[in-house]
Design a protein around this ligand. Sequence first.
Ligand SMILES: Nc1ncnc2c1ncn2[C@@H]1O[C@H](COP(=O)(O)OP(=O)(O)O)[C@@H](O)[C@H]1O
Ligand SMILES: [Mg+2]
Length: 153
Amino acid sequence: MPLIIACLSQKGGVGKSTIARLIARTYAAAGWQVKICDFNTRQLTSVDWVGSRMSAGIEPAIAAEPYNTVKSFKRETADLLVADGKPDSDQSSLDIAKVADFIVLPTGLALDDLKPQVLFANELVSKGVPRSKILLVLNKITESPVAVQEARE
Ligand SMILES: Nc1ncnc2c1ncn2[C@@H]1O[C@H](COP(=O)(O)OP(=O)(O)O)[C@@H](O)[C@H]1O
Ligand SMILES: [Mg+2]
């Protein structure tokens, strides 16, 4: 099995696709064969992004494919799969979290963003996902150290 890194959230717009692409590009630049599994099949942000990179001949090469179920992970031959999660899909996110080696939960600084993501993290832990695999990422932060500190707390 490849290494699996997942970017998940219940809310949309928190940065899953942005961070998934950043991770994919970084590993690919280090020589890994990388595929983004794009679970947001309504938007296909990461699939579109890979298409644009390919048409422009941008390296390093990265693969991407629309994905509906983690069952297909087994047939993958890449070194790294980056799962770009689907919002509003608890079951899909839990399935991905259970097979992932590492889970990134991006959130904005506002309480409206933090609260659902912290609840989601707790739900994953209560359903058996090891806490050590989960990284909450404060994304789209402001310049204000106070706002960042408050969000951390
Ligand atoms: N760190 C960041 N700084 C500025 N804009 C960001 C950052 N992360 C994400 N964005 C922007 O926020 C929007 C939502 O991000 P996206 O990755 O598509 O979220 P999601 O996949 O969780 O819906 C996009 O327009 C993206 O470019
Ligand atoms: Mg997205």
